[in-house]
Ligand binder design. Structure first.
Ligand code: NDX
Length: 256
């Protein structure tokens, strides 16, 4: 049966950190090509409806850790912290896989990015799940540790912001519409990337709550992946809407 290989965790986490840096260098200059940044002329056939694409892409991030958790033998009963943290991760991806896609009004998603997105979700789902189920060691009172409680609070706050902002974005369109409007309400009052801000807060909260290298690597990856995207969204809005609110920032309220 499976066991913990600390060197595997270290290697996979380092690679994730390296991928994050690669993304940062790629996407600071040009945005990743989906949604409002897709180049209009390129291959109109290589796309899948947003609903299927997001479902397929995010599914492994739910399935892989959920299976690791369910199939571990003997089942891990102590400590509670590991299972709870693994469930938090799965809970986010339950939302992202089974709820978010069914309400999205997004435009069709490029197949090529879908493929890489899926690979990424398998990779990260395995890393986070494997670490928490087979490697992590927490004292029995971890649930009352300040790192766990403050991290959990950040996670929940970020998730709330993310889900609420996704909802505000969705309501900008009537079913079938694919146009872009100026997002209003919630944290969009202050920043263009409110949904991204929520997601970043969420995963840094998760990293603090798990106090682990894999989770910090993933939080850093998220920052490098959607941080630049928030900046490109912001630039897009400034270019497209002459009446775009002047005081609004890209990602961090009042700052940047
Ligand atoms: N999926 C995470 N890298 C990504 C898919 C792409 O969950 O090769 C990372 C995720 C993947 C990426 C994923 C990983 C890296 C990849 C990349 C592709 C290339 C890259 C694999 C897996 C890669 C290397 C080099 C390392 C190998 O029509 P539309 O779609 O624009 O409509 C949008 C609508 N909307 C508006 N409607 C009306 N008016 C407006 N003004 C509107 N603005 C937007 O709202 C959408 O339907 C919806 C949301 O749009 P948008 O653009 O704000 O968010 P989106 O980027 O689509 O993300 C959706 C949610 C969001 O909550 C975000 O926080 C979360 O997913 N997310 C997204 C990306 C990554 C991630 C979370 C994470 O890293 N944790």
């Amino acid at each position: 049966s499976m066991q913990c290989f600390p060197s595997l965790v270290l290697a996979l986490s380092s690679l994730l950190g390296a991928l994050a840096l690669l993304q940062l260098s790629l996407y600071l200059r040009v945005p990743s090509r989906y949604g409002k940044h897709e180049e209009r002329l390129c291959r109109p056939r290589g796309r899948l409806p947003a609903r299927c694409a997001w479902f397929l892409q995010e599914l492994p991030s739910f399935l892989v850790p959920a299976l690791l958790l369910a199939l571990r033998s003997p089942p891990r009963l102590e400590p509670l912290g590991c299972r709870l943290l693994c469930c938090l991760f799965c809970w986010h991806y339950f939302y992202r896989t089974f709820i978010y896609p069914f309400f999205t009004r997004g435009r069709p998603f490029p197949l090529q990015l879908l493929f890489f997105g899926m690979l990424f979700c398998i990779y990260n789902g395995f890393l986070q799940g494997y670490y928490l189920i087979y490697c992590a060691e927490y004292p029995n009172d971890w649930c009352t540790d300040i790192r766990f409680t403050s991290g959990l609070l950040l996670f929940l706050l970020g998730m709330g912001i993310n889900i609420h902002s996704d909802l505000l974005l969705r309501q900008l369109r009537k079913p079938g519409e694919v146009i872009y409007k100026i997002p209003q309400g919630g944290l969009f009052t202050y920043i263009s990337g409110a949904n991204y801000f929520g997601e970043i807060v969420e995963w840094f909260g998760f990293a603090v709550a798990t106090w682990s290298l894999p989770a910090f690597a993933f939080a850093f990856f998220t920052l490098c992946c959607i941080g630049p995207r928030a900046y490109h969204h912001h630039r897009y809005y400034l270019k497209t809407f002459t009446d775009y609110p002047k005081s609004r920032k890209a990602l961090i309220p009042f700052v940047f």
